[in-house]
Every structure is written in C-alpha cells, then in structure tokens.
Design a protein around this ligand. Structure first.
Ligand code: SAH
Length: 214
C-alpha cells in the first residue's frame, strides 16, 4: 500500500511535527485517502507538502493548511459545520470524519458534480452538498457551530456571521487577491472576536459577498 505509507509519512512530518495536536484532526488525516481527491496523473504527488491543481483554475490546499483550519474550528462529534468552497471535497471529507454533519457549497458545476460522486463512492453520508454561490451561506440550515471558508474573501461576509451560532467559530482567509490573513472569528454573548492566525494564499471567493467574476 504505497499511498497508506505516504499518508502516514505526511501525518508525521507535515501535521504532527508542525504542532497539530487535536487527536480527532490527526486521525481524520490518517483515514482520508487524499490521492482520490486529485486527478490520476497527480496521485503520486497527493501527499506532498504543497497545494495541487484540481481543474477550473482551482486548487486542493496543502495538507498542513487544511489541518490548521480544521483544528482552529474546534469542532467535535456533535458539531454541524458549513464549508464554502467544496473544490475537490478533501476538506469536507476530513470534517466529515470529525463532526456529525457537513454542509458544503461549490459554485463551479463540474467540481460540484465530481465531489458529490466521490462522497457517494467513499460513503461520506453525512456530507450535504449544494451547487450555488456560498458567499451568502446556507440560511435554511443555520445556525452552524463552525463555518470554514476555503477561498479568499475581500472581507468577512455579514451573512456568514449571522449564520454562526453563539459559541461558534469561523475560519476565513481575508485580504486581496494575492495574499490574505487567516482569520478566526468567535461569536459569544458579548459579540464577535477575531484572531489573526497568519498569512495564507487562497483562490478567490467569487460571489455576491466576495469578488466579482473577472
Ligand atoms: N476546500 C477545497 C479547496 C478548494 S479551492 C478542497 O479541499 O479541495 C476553493 C473553492 O472555492 C473552488 O472550488 C472555488 O470554485 C470555490 N468557490 C469560490 N467562490 C465560491 C462561492 N462564492 N461559493 C462557493 N464556492 C466558491
């Protein structure tokens, strides 16, 4: 099992060695077959320390950034989580191993279909998908214990803050098109609080509460 060995190495060198300590996150990374979330030609690179193209000018994030964002969400078995930007489906699959239900939205039809099929094939039955502009969230299913945005936004969409439960956490890259800050936002009775987790680089969040198409 070539990929099982590569996956174990990825978890040791990229995830644990860099300070990810949440046992649920580590176990999810040990389980999810990342090579199945990229095209066949890229499978041998799937466990490398970098993002990879997934078509439509989009990318599957570097493993460490997926782990960092997942840990920052502080979610557990009872949590319901919303993801904006399904992409390959890898981040949603990682979350589905940890939480009770994942709601994920993708605006590019071909990526949406591909991820949907993969979730079925791999029996990720607790992932609900939607083909839509996710920058306004998924109001009917709100509030969420966690919201994770895997595309860079010009600012934090107010609609997403509204859909976060009191006590909930959001992780979102905010900045211009070239570089962003990874922001963790908490909501409690007193209001919202933000922590800067450092620099990052994501593709654009395109939509009503994101960037324009062009
Ligand atoms: N979480 C993904 C990363 C995908 S890259 C993974 O694990 O592979 C970001 C994705 O966000 C792209 O697929 C892009 O099409 C999508 N996206 C950008 N703006 C969006 C929007 N407003 N609503 C939904 N998806 C969006």
């Amino acid at each position: 099992m070539k990929y099982a060995r590569q996956r174990a190495e990825m978890v040791g060198r990229q995830i644990e060695a860099r300070g990810i300590t949440d046992v649920n996150v580590i176990q999810a990374f040990q389980k999810v077959p990342r090579h199945l979330f990229v095209n066949e030609a890229l499978m041998d690179q799937a466990y490398g320390d970098f993002p990879l193209p997934i078509g439509e000018k989009q990318t599957i994030s570097q493993p460490y950034i997926v782990a960092e964002m997942t840990q920052a969400l502080e979610v557990s078995k009872e949590s319901r989580v919303l993801e904006i930007g399904t992409g390959s489906g890898y981040q949603a699959a990682i979350l589905s191993e940890i939480v009770s239900r994942v709601y994920t939205i993708e605006r590019i039809h071909s990526l949406f279909i591909k991820a949907r099929k993969l979730f079925d094939k791999l029996h990720y039955h607790n992932i609900l998908t939607k083909y839509s502009d996710g920058s306004s969230g998924w109001k009917d299913e709100s509030p969420f214990d966690g919201i994770i945005v895997t595309a860079g936004a010009p600012e934090i969409p107010e609609s997403l803050i509204d859909q976060l439960s009191t006590g909930g956490r959001m992780v979102i890259p905010v900045g211009d098109q070239y570089s962003q800050k990874l922001i963790k936002l908490y909501k409690d009775e007193k209001g919202i609080h933000k922590v800067d987790l450092g620099g990052c680089r994501f593709v654009k969040l395109v939509g009503t509460h994101g960037w324009n198409e062009i």
